[in-house]
Ligand binder design. Structure first.
Ligand code: ADP
Length: 255
């Protein structure tokens, strides 16, 4: 089957008055429909830059990004982007925050409103629909931010360290929540994280990046013998440590 996303020999550098910062060097990989990819690598290596390129905020200096076989620019595929900060607006209710993207894209209609309500209900936020975001816990806010992205019906979801602003306990539960929602909705997802455990608990495949300029140093297909895909159950699976150590060694070859 044709990959939903294909990157071929991507190079990118930032140019500032102080000089050039080479961020990405010869990155190639492809992603299948419905796959959950995690990208791990040292801080500052170029992971967010890669998501910016896939989203179209930046153009590669060299190389090609194809979506379902066409150049990214010519593709009508919808890409959703979820960031570390949820960016919910406190002067709007949770429900009206969820409708915001639809409003901006002029896609607010009875069908999309219904879908928004359905997602709130399925993912346990129905009773908070008229609340302000400040009344929600950190984990619930991230769930609301994901629903705001999902209601736009993205074909590919980009997640840039979406749990890193949360405390450890909330982070585990929210990671579990969000991971299960993405699998239930059968979304293709690319998660950037510096947290190896998070990557192992969530991903089908982990791309390990080297320090800047980022090159792809290893690709690891994460497949538990138990077939487990639930993030919390994966964390409790005896195999978890083996996958963690494999990635850790790849990131710390001299340790
Ligand atoms: P990561 O997401 O892996 O932490 P980034 O992709 O954010 O890394 O950044 C990669 C490198 O590019 C870093 O050294 C960063 O300082 C630099 N960089 C990021 N954005 C800019 C920019 N707008 N101008 C100049 N340098 C940048």
């Amino acid at each position: 089957m044709e990959p939903i996303l294909e990157l071929k020999h991507i190079f990118y550098a930032y140019h500032t008055p102080d000089g050039e910062t080479r961020a990405l060097e010869d990155i190639s990989f492809s992603v299948r429909e419905g796959e959950f990819i995690a990208i791990v690598g040292p801080s500052g290596c170029g992971k967010s830059t890669l998501l910016h390129l896939i989203f179209g905020l930046l153009e590669p200096e060299q190389g090609q990004i194809n979506i379902r076989g066409s150049s990214r620019k010519d593709s009508s595929v919808r890409i959703g982007y979820m960031l570390q900060k949820d960016e919910l607006l406190n002067w709007r209710s949770v429900y009206h925050n969820i409708l915001l993207g639809l409003e901006i894209q002029h896609r607010l209609n009875p069908r999309t409103r219904e879908r928004a309500k359905e997602l709130l209900k399925t993912y346990g936020l129905e009773q908070f629909a008229s609340s302000r975001p400040s009344e929600l816990s950190g984990g619930m806010r991230q769930r609301a931010a994901l629903i705001r992205t999902l209601v736009l019906e993205p074909d590919i979801l980009l997640l840039d360290e979406p749990f890193s602003a949360l405390d450890y306990q909330t982070r585990l539960n929210t990671g579990n929540d969000i991971g299960q929602i993405i699998r239930k909705e059968k979304k293709t997802a690319i998660l950037v994280t510096h947290d190896i455990s998070e990557a192992v608990s969530l991903a089908d495949r982990i791309l390990v990046f080297s320090s800047r300029p980022a090159a792809l140093s290893q690709t690891v297909t994460v497949s538990f013998a138990s077939g487990e895909t639930s993030p919390l159950r994966r964390r409790n699976d005896p195999e978890f440590k083996t996958w963690f150590n494999l990635i850790w060694k790849e990131l710390n070859p001299d340790a």
